[in-house]
Design a protein around this ligand. Structure first.
Ligand code: UD1
Length: 420
């Protein structure tokens, strides 16, 4: 199903140069799903051309949407959707496809989807998504490995999530847009992508208040209209490139950086010895002394430190001058990259949700395997700092979220070649 690609990296060269940060993956995907609600056209500008966006585009085409690209602008014409069922061949490629169910229910009162897939980083159940829909008056059956859902009309309700989930919060907002009455979601996640989704929906004519807080209210509306939205820059990609500077002790400049959304990361970056300045809308980072260990780092829901940047930071800490400790609170199985870093010479001990890293003087290039998206990016970073050549297999996993990372690395003076 995927091209078996690898990326071959020659390490040992501090990165130096300027890159522009691509549009956010985690903003683009729920917006694409939400476009299903509207019998018309939605245009997303600055949309990243990455594999996950292509998967979502394929699903929308399967449902009957007409899609087209002009540069990084993606046009989604959902006026003629007829299909409401998403089989496993589509759904299993991407976990967030589950939120299409709420969009289909809003538009058609029915929908079916195979249980979704995505990065292998833990159990990742969808119980919050399903109980949310049930609370809004949806009947769901699990039949022949398909979740089949139907409703005589989504109903606005007060729904309190038992835990904060980015996807379930987005799902709740999308499902409520065309529901009867007002939906109030409580204990919501507060990630910036949720705020952007709300802004995007408001631009289509929806009524959403409170996004970015724990309580979001959506007043149901009957009709949406054509809209255009520019996707903000990807905070995880920006953080990854700052880690690339740190691990190679380089100096880089990020154009259009999402500075305020990176504040927890930048706090850790400072602890590592990285310095930065924001001048004229650019972030100029000097990581030439980013060799400090981090005695304790915990992943948290936003505004805490993002789990998506845990692996890239772990890669940097393998070369720190001292001992570091990372606790992963969000996903129970997100340390798979550690074993690959150890193959490159890192000293990492795992104990459940804790990783203890003892900085080494050097990493050595070798053949390693990306286990998931962000972990794959972390291995590329390790390769940039290692002695000799590193070959990261399963590069298709990295392409899920990074738009031509090899070109950005080249723009920063690094050497990386993608091989089919
Ligand atoms: C989103 C992001 C992902 C990021 C994650 C946490 C997208 C496309 N993906 O994923 O990059 O790593 O937020 O910031 O935006 N959970 C349940 N039941 C559910 C749903 C979630 O128990 O029904 C659990 C998950 O297993 C996990 C935790 O809640 O342990 C957080 O997951 P969630 O916030 O839902 O992450 P995603 O939306 O999948």
């Amino acid at each position: 199903m995927f091209d078996l690609k690898s990326i071959r990296i020659q390490g040992g060269c501090p990165l130096n140069g300027t890159v522009r940060i691509q549009g956010s993956k985690n903003a683009a995907l729920p917006m694409m799903a939400a476009a299903v609600l509207h019998r018309g056209t939605t245009v997303l500008h600055n949309c990243p051309r990455i594999a996950d966006v292509s998967f979502m585009e394929k699903i929308l085409r399967h449902l009957g949407a007409r899609t087209s690209w002009k540069g990084n602008s993606l046009s989604l014409d959902c006026s003629c959707l007829q299909n409401t069922s998403i089989p496993a061949e589509y759904a299993c490629q991407m976990r967030c496809s589950i939120i299409l169910l709420g969009a289909l229910l809003g538009r058609f009162g029915r929908g079916a989807i195979a249980p979704p897939g995505g990065c292998v980083i833990g159990k990742r159940p969808v119980d919050l998504h399903l109980s949310l829909l049930e609370a809004m008056g949806v009947h769901i059956e699990d039949e022949n490995e398909m979740l089949k859902a139907y409703t005589s009309g989504l109903k606005g309700r007060i729904i309190c999530f038992s835990r904060q989930s980015v996807g379930a919060t987005e799902h709740g907002i999308i499902a409520a847009v065309l529901a009867q009455g007002t939906t109030c979601l409580e204990n919501c996640a507060k990630e910036p992508e949720i705020v952007w989704l709300a802004e995007f929906l408001k631009g289509m004519g929806a009524s959403v208040t409170g996004a970015g807080t724990e309580r979001i209210c959506i007043r149901g509306t009957e009709k949406l209209h054509d809209s255009e939205f520019t996707i903000p820059p990807d905070r995880i990609v920006a953080g990854t490139y700052l880690c690339a500077a740190a691990i190679t002790r380089g100096r880089i400049c990020l154009e259009n950086p999402p500075v305020s959304e990176l504040s927890a990361f930048l706090g850790i970056y400072g602890k590592m010895g990285g310095q930065y300045d924001v001048v004229g809308g650019k972030l100029i980072a000097d990581a030439s002394r980013a060799y400090g260990p981090v005695t304790r780092l915990e992943t948290e829901v936003y505004p805490g430190f993002s789990t998506d940047l845990q692996s890239p930071v772990m890669a940097v800490l393998t070369l720190a001058r001292g001992k570091s400790h990372i606790r992963e609170n969000i996903f129970e199985d997100r340390f798979r990259t550690a074993q690959e870093l150890v193959r490159m010479g890192a000293h990492i001990r795992l104990n459940g949700r804790d990783a203890y890293i003892d900085g080494v003087k050097r990493l050595s290039g070798c053949q390693v395997k990306a286990q998931e998206l962000r972990g794959g990016a972390a291995l590329i970073l390790a390769g940039l700092a290692a002695q000799g050549e590193t070959c990261v297999e399963n590069f298709h996993l990295v392409e899920r979220g990074y738009e031509r990372i090899q070109e950005d690395i080249a723009a920063l003076g690094g050497r990386a070649v993608v091989e089919e």
